[in-house]
Design a binder for this molecule. Structure first.
Ligand code: HEC
Ligand code: HEC
Length: 344
């Protein structure tokens, strides 16, 4: 076990002394807060933040409710799709074929029986949805490394049994190297966009879990948010139709954004652990390191927790181990909330 990393050396201790005399005296509270916030003490793994891994309840017993079969339309497209077409994991519904370059077959259709169409979950625009991940703009190197990490079992989830990641894993396991590369090149060329609105609040509209995220019922009253982020579509019907313009709302505890900003800018015991030193200016990504700005806060939360729990290995995850070693769940929450407010 590494010892608390700061103060580590005689030199640092002198630094601490001089901070005590010059800063702590005039500004005791601020300096104390900075010390507590510095992210420089290893922390133990806390329980899984279940709100970041919403799991659909089993369907109610008895015959399935009858659902409308369509065909359906959306405001921004002349096309229409039936319910059956909207549930086909081997032909991604593509509402706006003109909005992106032609998709390689593996992206649009996958390869039955196991390689599911990437664009079904991650959308033809690559912007993804909160229950999966944004792929647009990821570098080819990082993308390939991640699919291979799913394929060889080194990247898993801290929570077993959730369909989106199970299907992602089965897909990766069946993929060939040339398919991974074709998909990586397609998504790398797409511009990352953000569809998330972050709202600080103490009360949230009553949530239920549907579609592996939260569905809010504006008429259902409210409940206290507590120390959670609850994320879901602004319009659930639009979400179910896989409309690429679906907007999401993430309710975060009051104060998270200011805290997250400060943590992002000052993380760790040296500048090397500040998020931007690896993720680049504005956290938009640098070299092979992925952009983390303007992404779904619950998907960011899952990654931070999965690095910390050891469920996510492979790729360059050891770089993030140095960072999450010091993180509490509350730090992850604040960082995820703040990063979600930024332009990708
Ligand atoms: C059934 C839905 C689904 C399908 C289909 C799917 N994925 Fe995924 N994908 C996911 C989920 C879920 C995650 C992980 C989210 C998490 O860790 O919280 C993911 C993550 C990824 C990541 C990692 C992104 C990152 O930023 O780390 C890559 C790369 C990826 N998928 C590529 C693909 C490719 C290539 C295909 C098609 C061959 C594909 N996916 C098909 C659901 C899916
Ligand atoms: C020492 C370099 C380094 C620092 C500092 C760093 N990161 Fe990372 N981060 C990485 C690398 C490398 C990856 C890709 C890991 C992999 O290959 O699995 C990554 C991945 C991530 C991911 C997953 C992204 C995805 O697409 O799935 C998140 C979230 C993340 N970092 C958040 C942060 C935050 C927040 C901070 C600051 C508190 C931070 N990182 C600081 C190097 C760093």
């Amino acid at each position: 076990m590494r010892k608390p990393s700061w103060p580590r050396t005689g030199k640092d201790r002198i630094r601490l002394d001089s901070i005590v005399s010059t800063v702590l005296r005039p500004l005791p509270l601020l300096a104390l807060a900075a010390l507590l916030l510095c992210g420089c003490r290893p922390t133990v793994l806390e329980p899984v933040p279940a709100w970041a891994y919403p799991t659909n309840p089993p369907p109610p017993p008895g015959p399935a409710a009858t659902v409308e079969q369509g065909p359906f339309q959306i405001a921004t497209s002349k096309l229409s799709f039936t319910r059956k077409e909207l549930s086909n994991l081997f032909a991604a519904p593509d509402w706006q074929p003109e909005s992106h370059p032609p998709m390689p077959t593996v992206v649009s259709h996958g390869r039955a029986p196991e390689v599911r169409a990437c664009a079904y979950c991650h959308l033809p625009t690559g912007n993804g949805r909160p229950e999966n991940a944004r792929l647009a703009g990821l570098t080819v190197e990082y993308f390939v490394a991640q699919v291979k990490a799913f394929r060889d079992g080194s990247r898993k989830s801290s929570v077993d049994g959730r369909a989106p990641i199970l299907n992602m894993t089965k897909t990766a396991v069946a993929m060939q190297d040339d398919e991974i590369l074709a998909a990586a090149k397609y998504f790398a060329a797409l511009p990352p966009q953000s569809f998330i609105r972050i709202v600080e609040t103490a009360q949230v509209p009553k949530p239920e879990i549907a579609g592996w995220l939260f569905k809010f019922n504006p008429e259902g009253g409210t409940e206290p948010l507590g120390e959670r982020i609850l994320e879901g579509p602004e319009d659930f019907t639009q979400f179910e139709l896989r409309d690429p313009a679906t907007k999401y709302i993430a309710y975060v505890p009051a104060g998270s954004l200011a805290l997250g900003k400060r943590l992002a800018q000052t993380w760790g015991d040296s500048q090397e652990l500040e998020c931007s030193s690896c993720h680049g200016p504005g956290y938009k990504g640098k070299d092979e390191v992925p952009g983390i700005a303007g992404r779904s806060p619950t998907s960011i939360m899952r990654q931070l927790y999965d690095f910390k729990s050891g469920a996510r290995r492979g790729g360059k995850s050891s770089e993030m181990d140095k960072v999450v070693k010091y993180m509490k769940n509350s730090d992850m929450l604040a960082l995820a909330a703040y990063l979600g407010t930024l332009a990708p």
